[in-house]
Write a protein that binds this ligand. Structure first.
Ligand code: AKG
Ligand code: FE2
Length: 221
């Protein structure tokens, strides 16, 4: 891990024999704590094949990629039907995104994915680049934990010469589940900061948010 422009760079480290976690990047304490974990030796041998398939996908003609792409307003894309998703996962929802960052001679001018904190409960990211391509900022906010644990804000960056691919899996709780600050945390003398709602209501608010206003502030009580 190294710092760059006030952000923290995290990259997959080379394996040592049987450790599962090669890097735990925690920064801040208590209310400011946040973290990113790098997993190795996980035994999921298909990960490299996935990388090759993603590479093949991004090499398809633009027309073909557009045909399969995510439709506006839908969480689904690349061949999955809405019903398939809910049938397959009774409890939670999983959303997979494949990203391709082609090299750019002027990386500082690339817009790409803007700095953000994911709205998923857990994000699993497989990184197929061999250079640090994901940066974490120090100011994210984690709604469900009453501001005590915060989602790290991050942004992918592009390289001048090399392409980078990633596969990101977002894990969400069931839409009918009630989310809100964990009771134990508000019982400990901390005032509840955010509203309770179902995960479906949270998503509805998220996708209908006003882009010129702070989304996190709209969730406050
Ligand atoms: O591809 C990456 O390194 C990060 C992508 C990301 O942050 C996202 O898809 O939410
Ligand atoms: Fe993200």
């Amino acid at each position: 891990m190294s710092t760059y422009n006030g952000a923290v760079n995290s990259q997959v480290k080379s394996n040592s024999r049987n450790r599962l976690i090669s890097g735990q990047h925690h920064y801040g304490k208590g209310r400011n704590a946040r973290g990113i974990i790098t997993m190795v030796n996980h035994g999921v041998s298909s990960v490299n094949n996935m990388g090759n398939e993603v590479k093949r996908f991004f090499e398809l003609p633009l027309q073909e990629k557009t045909r399969l792409a995510q439709k506006a307003g839908s969480l689904e894309g690349y061949g999955l039907e809405d019903t398939k998703m809910s049938e397959s996962f009774h409890e939670g929802l999983y959303d997979i995104r494949m990203n391709c960052y082609p090299p750019c001679p002027e990386p500082e001018r690339v817009l790409g994915i803007i700095p953000h904190a994911d709205n998923s409960a857990i994000t699993l990211l497989v990184d197929f680049g061999d250079f640090p391509g994901l940066q974490f900022l120090k100011d994210g906010k984690w709604v469900m934990t009453n501001e005590i644990y915060k989602a790290p804000e991050h942004r992918p960056v592009v390289n001048k010469e090399k392409e980078r691919l990633s596969i990101v899996t977002f894990c969400y709780p069931s839409p009918s589940i009630d989310i809100g600050p964990v009771k134990k945390l508000t019982d400990e003398g901390n005032q509840q900061v955010y509203k309770n709602m179902t995960n479906a209501e949270f998503f509805n608010m998220f996708f209908n948010r006003k882009l010129d206003e702070s989304f996190i502030d709209s969730l406050r009580l």
